[in-house]
Design a binder for this molecule. Structure first.
Ligand SMILES: Nc1ncnc2c1ncn2[C@@H]1O[C@H](COP(=O)(O)OP(=O)(O)O)[C@@H](O)[C@H]1O
Ligand SMILES: [Mg+2]
Length: 279
């Protein structure tokens, strides 16, 4: 394991929820369907840990491999090499049937809320679905009680239940996506560019909600963004990716305020320039 990989991880005795070691995903280059030599690594030897109750940010430009990494953790994309351990349970090699019990422990919220909220269904049914799936022991009344409580915690009310997703604003849809993900008490929430399509004031509301819910419920977050200012607002630690590789890591303030790596300095400089511009 490289030096960088070793240091993005944590000592074995700390409370690690997610452990990723030497993860690789190789894809064929576009237009080269046959030659094995014509492949590239979308994710290249990435190792990281997420501890209980922390928000770790995966920061990097578009195309650097963030979503591919998330999809491997979600068991949606098969790694070329490496291991993923969730709550002490190694996931590679598990078929879908054996992975299924673990699925409720990792939930994902996407940039596009329609990736998890079917626009043709009412919100009540969309919120009830994961509870029926993962908690079949709950009565209808208990499900309704949990959903009402979660909506309230997420700044929504029961009038949502009869509406369809297209009747909501972007910010409300992300509140609903977060509510749906948290209803099953995940240990790890993967948030993939969840505020990228929102205006800054709404972004801030959603980030505040995420941090507050994390404090109250104690789950961990792998927060994926290309936006350094967003990373600074929410994360305890940050891991910077560039072209599939980890190029930097550390406590968010330390790393982003005194960047030693030239690529991170470039990222930081572009944000400071942007923030310095008048509206
Ligand atoms: N299914 C796929 N087949 C081939 N290439 C892919 C596939 N998915 C993603 N890629 C490529 O892998 C790289 C990383 O993509 P992605 O993980 O989506 O980056 P990010 O989320 O950081 O924007 C990009 O070059 C992308 O075009
Ligand atoms: Mg992405």
């Amino acid at each position: 394991m490289s030096d960088i990989a070793t240091q993005t991880t944590t000592p074995s005795n700390s409370s690690v929820v997610l452990e990723v070691r030497g993860l690789v995903k190789e894809y064929r280059k576009a237009g080269s369907p046959f030659k094995r030599a014509d492949t590239f690594e979308a994710v290249s030897n990435v190792s990281l840990d997420v501890r209980q109750g922390e928000i770790v940010c995966l920061l990097g430009e578009s195309g650097c491999g963030k979503t591919t990494l998330a999809r491997m953790i979600m068991h949606l994309t098969r790694p070329t090499a490496g291991t993923i351990t969730l709550n002490g349970c190694e996931m590679q090699g598990l078929n879908e049937r054996r992975f299924r019990p673990l699925r409720q422990y990792i939930q994902m919220v996407y940039q596009n809320p329609f990736d998890c909220l079917d626009p043709s269904r009412r919100v009540g049914s969309l919120l009830e679905e994961p509870l029926k799936l993962w908690h079949p022991e709950l009565s209808k009344e208990e499900r309704t009680r949990r959903i009402s409580g979660m909506l309230q915690e997420c700044g929504l009310d029961e009038s949502c239940l009869v509406k369809k997703p297209r009747q909501f604003s972007g910010g409300q849809l992300q509140r609903l996506s977060i509510a749906r993900a948290l209803l099953v008490d995940p240990k790890l929430l993967i948030a993939d560019e969840i505020v990228s399509a929102l205006d800054v004031p709404i972004q801030n509301q959603i980030l505040d909600l995420l941090v507050r819910m994390k404090e109250e419920h104690g789950f961990s977050v792998l927060f994926i963004t290309h936006d350094l200012s967003v990373a600074r607002k929410v994360s305890d630690r940050v891991i910077v990716m560039h072209r599939g590789e980890v190029v930097g890591f550390g406590a968010t303030d330390e790393l982003l305020e005194n960047p030693s790596d030239p690529y991170i300095r470039k990222l930081a400089d572009s944000v400071f320039t942007f923030e310095g511009c008048p509206d």
